[in-house]
Design a binder for this molecule. Sequence first.
Ligand code: ZN
Ligand code: ZN
Ligand code: ZN
Length: 264
Amino acid sequence: MSQSTLIITILGSGGSPGVPMPGCACDVCHSTDPLDQRTRCSALLSYAGHNVLIDMATDLRQQALREQLQKIDAVLLTHTHADHLHGIDDLRPFNRHVEGPIPIYAAAPDVAHLQRVFPYIFSDDLGEGYRPQLETRCFAGPFRLFGEQIVPIPLQHGRGVSYGFRLGSFAYLTDCSAIPEASYTLLSGVTTLVIDGLRFRPHITHFNIPEAVVAAKRIGAEQTWLTHLNHEISHQRHGRQLPPGVAFAYDGLQIQLPINTGLS
Ligand SMILES: [Zn+2]
Ligand SMILES: [Zn+2]
Ligand SMILES: [Zn+2]
């Protein structure tokens, strides 16, 4: 067993319209605090010399430029809502840096969605356009990726399903309104958590902040970062109201953790 490092970069911490929201006159949308500027929700896991992207957010190009991303070796898809998926074409420049297509790991219904909604990418009938070279891979449980075990965590997202992902003692759970009992079992031992906490008021398809705090406590996380934040959240003003060990994520946040390779 040897120890290596996992670096999690929050590429985007915003809700589906992003913050600021076009046309909105509210205080947060006019905030001069860079921590209140939130692109669409996405993260990057960097370990063992590889970069694994979680979701292809609508702001992927802007995020890749901001973080000076050189390569993307694989993608994990949480679900197919547009804010998490419709940056898919922005993967095209990254094909130059890998041999063969970039694999996208997704649940079977989400793979079917990709093939239906993006036939110009996934059809065998190649057009002349400049399209990303991608390959879908279905997951139906934990799988190994670049030497580490990735555990998909089924989550309830309104009436739909979304997937969180666990790697070692870290879990990323965006877009959820409830965590099924069996998924709490899969999250046992997680100490660092990124979790959906859209706003303080209730929402039908997302945890609000009090619900996210309760879930994080049940999981036993020592440090929790709230993400998918909307324009009702002022990073500074509302940050002071959060309990110890809970903070707002922000675009560009990096979290560094040891991972024990050879376990599991
Ligand atoms: Zn979302
Ligand atoms: Zn606003
Ligand atoms: Zn969603």
